[in-house]
Design a protein around this ligand. Structure first.
Ligand code: SF4
Ligand code: SF4
Length: 75
């Protein structure tokens, strides 16, 4: 049996997020949510929940119009 050891880290630049939700809609794992909190631009911003369920598919990274999401893979 193969044991999965990869770990993924998602970093979101929440202070520049516009809350457009493109990343939320396109996350197949449904682990991105819009926070109730407001950032310095006056927008509700995206947060990650259950990060352990992230598969590092990269859709959120590709969908964000402002390149605010980074994905790191710890092999
Ligand atoms: S990399 Fe994929 S699974 Fe992980 S948060 Fe982004 S869209 Fe969701
Ligand atoms: S796609 Fe980018 S700007 Fe839009 S909600 Fe996600 S992180 Fe924020």
């Amino acid at each position: 049996m193969k044991v999965l050891t990869k770990k993924y880290k998602i970093i979101i630049d929440t202070q520049h997020c516009k809350g457009c939700e493109l990343c939320v809609i396109n996350c197949p794992q449904k682990i991105l949510i819009l926070s109730d909190k407001i950032n310095k631009l006056g927008y509700r911003y995206v947060e990650i929940t259950n990060e352990e369920n992230c598969t590092a598919c990269g859709r959120c990274y590709l969908m964000c119009p402002d390149y605010l999401i980074e994905i790191y893979i710890d092999k």
